[in-house]
Design a protein around this ligand. Structure first.
Ligand code: C2E
Ligand code: MG
Ligand code: MG
Length: 613
């Protein structure tokens, strides 16, 4: 029974400055007609009786509200205006109590009722409604027509109990009714049911569309910075925009923490791809999230699927591949690509295999490539190069798995393994009388405060001088100007360990940066060296870079010396060492001692007919 037909506290007083802000847009999907929480009506009746209030409302923080007068539900309204006080209550973790609305500054000039003929609401109290996991979904509000002098302890606790019963009911409903408690959208299982039904009853195939808000790490960082309330608000706002774009009567599903999906009629996608551009551009517009403007990095993925593909398949996994790809593209949307997917799967497989190989270590090995001193023709150092022999894939090239280790956070373990294995081997060779050094490739992720400790430990353990080691960093790592990088590099230098700039010429160092690099040697990239035979420019580059580097005090190493001819050329340049297939390919450890024994030295500079430097 409604108490007074013309009376409706749901409306905002006309002319209230916050009228537009508090406007609640309802849509059939976001606001179901009735709030079917198990036992909800009974809880409302109890509250109404124990607090002696005629009016009760459940206001969700998205703006939907469900109203009861004297314990009976009021019929839902058209898109309506809510007084800002309701929204404030629905978004506040604190209970709100207004004993007399006439004395509350928030209600000055805007009564909780627009009716001039009826009594306004004079008493208002609310209690936040949270799910069992602590996410706030709204507030339970009670209202009376007479002001009060207090809200008693027992009344407050009755309101609190009622709010927590409703919170538990919402969670229960989301399990039973397959809806997300925050956005009120149907979730993943409902999506699968509907997709199956669609393909069975309506069409031989369908398009599945997925909308990702942002890359997962970015979304998590956003939650860490702003909190769940903002994330929830953002999800609701994105859902509203997606719904406004979708064809009428198309359901939107929430299929992940930051992902939506829908099933589109066939013609909708194929006919007009500019519609997809339109969706992306709508999603890229800033969102007003509880007063804070936010932009997202949306990815829209599409997948065409038929009934047979659905059997045993996972359309959401496939379409996620496309939406993930799209997040990093300019266009912002992408259609599922089987080849790309295969590549991702392979990479994932390789990462898990590499992690296993790093634990087991029987598949990994080190090969060593000699570096020859051009003055003496003698091998003075060996570069350790990692090898991975996978049981089914065969040899995986280091260019491939090193990059993978970098991306998958496995670099530290790889470097640790290389250091331990390489230094143990070096110690054995040095004990056998070979006066050689070892150079080890390290990546930028290795360059932290620990590296010095790790180097010390491994050298002490194998009783090898730290000055018989050299670390090869790529040019871009050394180019980083941060004070921390510089500090770590200086600490390594202080150990007596050498630092080489690897693959020099492939990065973008300028001369000023080069002058400041705390490196001891510079390795000219093999791409220039290999081109020397055929390209005069390359020859000029190698010659002048070598001269410049030496003038700056670096020891110059030339990589990629593949032929006799190239070796002769570098003998005539300002280079100190050469490395390449002409001298030797990288070899397994057991081949090194015989090679060193058989190797009587490469031609020396003094033997060459080149002009003296
Ligand atoms: P890099 O450090 O520049 O190593 C030299 C690469 O050039 C090696 O390839 C070597 O086999 C190859 N090479 C040497 N001389 C010649 C030549 O005359 N001609 C040609 N065409 N190639 C030559 P590899 O072993 O395939 O390694 C490739 C890259 O992978 C290395 O380049 C290095 O950046 C990385 N890498 C290898 N092992 C490790 C490791 O243990 N840790 C890290 N962080 N990176 C590694
Ligand atoms: Mg190297
Ligand atoms: Mg190199």
């Amino acid at each position: 029974m409604r108490s007074s037909p013309g009376w409706d506290p749901r409306h905002l007083a006309p002319g209230h400055p916050d009228a537009t802000k508090a406007a609640v847009q309802t849509s059939s999907t976001l606001s179901p007609d009735s709030f079917a929480v198990p036992g909800f009506d009974a809880v409302v009746r109890l509250v109404s009786r124990s607090l002696h209030v005629p009016l009760v409302a459940l206001v969700l923080n998205g703006g939907n509200a469900y109203w009861f007068a004297h314990g009976s539900a009021l019929p839902p309204h058209e898109p309506r205006m809510l007084h800002p006080l309701y929204l404030e209550a629905a978004r506040s973790l604190d209970p709100q109590v207004v004993l007399d609305t006439l004395h509350d500054p928030r209600l000055q000039g805007s009564a909780l009722t627009p009716g001039t003929t009826q009594d306004p609401v004079r008493f208002f109290a609310s209690e936040p409604v949270c799910t069992l996991t602590g996410q706030q979904i709204g507030a339970l509000c009670v209202m009376g027509m007479t002001p009060r002098t207090e809200l008693s302890e027992s009344e407050q606790s009755a309101l609190r109990d009622a709010a927590s019963l409703i919170g538990a009911g919402v969670v229960l409903r989301s399990y039973l009714g397959r809806t997300d408690p925050i956005t009120q959208l149907p979730h993943r299982y409902a999506f699968f049911d509907d997709l199956r039904r669609h393909l069975h009853d309506e069409a031989p195939h369908a398009w599945v569309i997925a909308i990702d808000l942002a890359p997962v790490q970015r979304f998590n960082a956003f939650i860490r910075a702003m909190g769940h309330a903002y994330a929830d608000e953002l999800m609701r706002a994105v859902a509203q925009r997606a719904l406004a774009w979708l064809p009428p009567d198309t359901r939107l599903y929430q299929v992940g923490a930051s992902r939506f999906a829908a099933v589109l009629p066939d013609r909708h996608v194929e006919a007009d791809t500019t519609r997809l551009d339109d969706l992306v551009s709508r999603l890229r517009q800033p969102f007003d999230c509880l007063g804070i403007p936010l932009t997202i990095q949306p990815g829209v993925g599409l997948l065409k699927i038929n009934q047979s593909e659905l059997r045993g398949g996972d359309p959401l996994r496939l379409v996620m591949n496309a939406s993930h790809e799209a997040q990093h593209s300019v266009r912002g949307w992408a259609v599922y690509d089987r080849k790309q997917d295969e590549l991702h799967r392979q990479q994932f497989f390789l990462v898990t295999e590499l992690a296993a190989a790093l634990t087991d270590r029987t598949e990994l090995d080190l090969h060593y490539q000699p570096r020859v001193d051009l003055e003496s023709g003698r091998c003075v150092a060996l570069e350790a190069l990692a090898r991975w022999q996978h049981p089914t894939l065969g040899q995986v090239p280091p260019s491939h798995f090193v990059a993978l280790a970098e991306r998958a956070g496995l670099m530290r373990s790889l470097t640790q393994w290389v250091l331990e294995r390489g230094v143990a081997q070096l110690a054995a060779w040095r004990r056998d009388g070979h006066d050689i050094k070892l150079s080890v490739n390290v990546s930028s992720t290795d360059l932290d405060a620990d590296l010095v400790g790790r180097l010390r430990e491994v050298a002490e353990h194998h009783k090898v001088g730290l000055d018989s080691l050299e670390l090869e960093f790529t040019e871009s790592t050394l180019m980083e100007h941060s004070a921390t990088t510089r500090r770590h590099l200086t600490a390594i230098r202080q150990l007596g360990t050498g630092i080489a700039i690897d693959d020099f010429g492939t990065g973008y160092s300028n001369l000023a940066a080069l002058r400041q690099m705390p490196a001891t040697s510079l390795k000219i990239d093999q791409s220039f060296v290999r081109g020397m035979g055929t390209n005069h420019h390359d020859e000029a580059i190698v010659r002048s870079v070598a001269q410049l580097a030496r003038n700056l005090g670096f020891r110059v190493v030339v990589e990629g010396v593949e032929t006799h001819h190239l070796y002769d050329s570098v003998l005539g340049m300002a280079c100190d060492e050469a490395q390449g297939f002409h001298i030797s390919r990288p070899m397994p450890s057991f081949d090194i001692p015989p090679w060193l024994a058989a190797h009587r030295g490469m031609p020396r500079r003094a033997d060459a007919l080149s002009t003296p430097l």
